[in-house]
Ligand binder design. Structure first.
Ligand SMILES: Nc1ncnc2c1ncn2[C@@H]1O[C@H](COP(=O)(O)OP(=O)(O)OP(=O)(O)O)[C@@H](O)[C@H]1O
Ligand SMILES: [Mg+2]
Length: 402
């Protein structure tokens, strides 16, 4: 029985769900259930569609859902990539108390299993390692210890041919405003152990090639993490007249997607030297810029690609337009005219429109290279629909079978 339900504004009230029953017993005749791919989990997790939106419901013992709800809200406040907490409920039955967490379903995510077992997804594996390393760096920069970093607790979205990792299970997260090196090390050890375990399971099920580097994968994420951490957090020493090096460093981090919040300058012990360090706000530099310029939302690499395109267009303008004006022209003349075709192609397909746009732009570039001249958008679109898209859909059908 439902004893309390708290829902954030802007979401359905969920009151028509069959609260008198335990989540694992809900039937399709009682609730708008959706059968979707799911990672390994201890708790009962089910998906429902309410007022046209998809949600994940997770039933947990005692009041654990409230704890995870607050943890996810904290991640959201810190601008970190995680599923969005929507509601939590307390349930009481004759002999037990339980709670339920509702999160917004993260659509267009690729199950990690497919990234390892599908041969045509092999190129994504490298990106998966980078995406996990980057997610951990982002969490740690914000003082967030995850405590259970694993493949099943992460969702991966395509991002201009790469991947963006999202944290899905926040049950064990802890906020440590002063995050120590041993704690970071501990996190990496947990990650390594969990990843090795998951890959060993896939290998035992015969889903991985015999020579797959099961034991090196976690280590590889660890190395990428260390490199990125060093790049983002290292302090540098400069002479007072070398302030340009601060700008260089900011631009380098921006290219990696990190937005810089503050530059910390300190006088050094050596005469005439300064130390500087950059404080990071988030890793949405290009996403935020694209949103400001066009109102569009996209993953970080998708946004970076689209902004480069707008910048190239801007450089080719001779009438003194501002970048914002070029962005509006791009929106009206390039993006919006493609929307009807992209929307109809994406009906029932788990791909973000910005990713489909990036795929199309790749194809346009490839055709232009081949022709030695710029190919127009409509020619690229029709070739894309005839050559690239059927293969993509065929791959998707075999992914559904896996
Ligand atoms: N908001 C969401 N969007 C998409 N998928 C989700 C969402 N929430 C949960 N899932 C799916 O459900 C799976 C299990 O969720 P979760 O890891 O939170 O459960 P759990 O029982 O707490 O896991 P654990 O056994 O690690 O404690 C995830 O791997 C993911 O596939
Ligand atoms: Mg989990």
């Amino acid at each position: 029985m439902l004893t309390s339900l708290s829902v954030r504004p802007g979401f359905p009230d969920f009151l028509n769900l069959p609260w008198a029953h335990s989540l694992d017993t809900w039937q399709a005749s009682q609730a708008p259930l959706e059968d979707l791919a799911i990672g390994l989990c201890r708790h009962v997790v089910r998906f429902v569609r309410c007022e046209g939106q998809l949600f994940a419901l997770k039933q947990m013992p005692g009041s654990l859902a409230l704890k995870e709800y607050h943890a996810l809200r904290r991640l959201e406040e810190l601008n970190l990539p995680a599923v969005q907490a929507v509601a939590h409920a307390e349930l009481k039955n004759a002999d037990s108390e339980a709670s339920l967490l509702i999160t917004r379903y993260l659509d267009d995510a690729v199950p990690y299993r497919l990234l390892f077992i599908r041969p045509d997804f092999a190129h994504y594996r490298e990106h998966l390692l980078d995406a996990m390393a980057s997610l951990l760096v982002q969490l740690h920069l914000s003082g967030m210890f995850w405590g259970d970093c694993s493949l099943s607790n992460t969702l991966f979205r395509r991002d201009a041919g790469r991947l963006q990792a999202y944290l899905v299970d926040a049950e064990t997260t802890e906020h440590h405003p002063s995050f120590s090196d041993p704690l970071r090390q501990h996190e990496l050890e947990i990650m390594n152990e969990n990843i090795t375990g998951a890959l060993a399971d896939l290998a035992a099920a015969g889903d991985l090639p015999a020579d797959f580097p099961i034991f090196e994968t976690g280590e590889s994420i660890q190395q990428r993490y260390q490199q990125l951490w060093e790049e983002v957090t290292r302090a540098e020493s400069i002479a007072p007249q070398q302030a340009y090096r601060i700008q260089d460093r900011i631009q380098k981090l921006n290219r990696l997607g990190f937005s810089v919040d503050e530059v910390l300058l300190q006088s050094a012990e050596e005469p005439n030297r300064l130390h500087f360090r950059l404080l990071i706000a988030d890793r949405y530099f290009h996403s935020q810029r694209l949103l400001d310029l066009t109102g569009l939302t996209a993953e970080e690499h998708q946004a970076q690609r689209i902004i480069s395109e707008i910048q190239a267009l801007h450089l080719s303008q001779t009438d003194g337009q501002t970048l914002s004006e070029t962005a509006q022209d791009w929106l009206q003349n390039v993006w919006l005219p493609l929307q009807p075709a992209l929307t109809s192609m994406l009906t029932g397909v788990d791909l973000q429109v910005a990713e489909a746009y990036c795929l199309l732009q790749d194809h346009k570039w490839y055709l232009s290279e081949k022709a030695g001249a710029d190919i127009g958008s409509s020619q690229a679109l029709s070739d894309f629909q005839q050559t690239v898209w059927p293969d993509y859909l065929a791959g998707r059908c075999s992914s559904a079978e896996n």
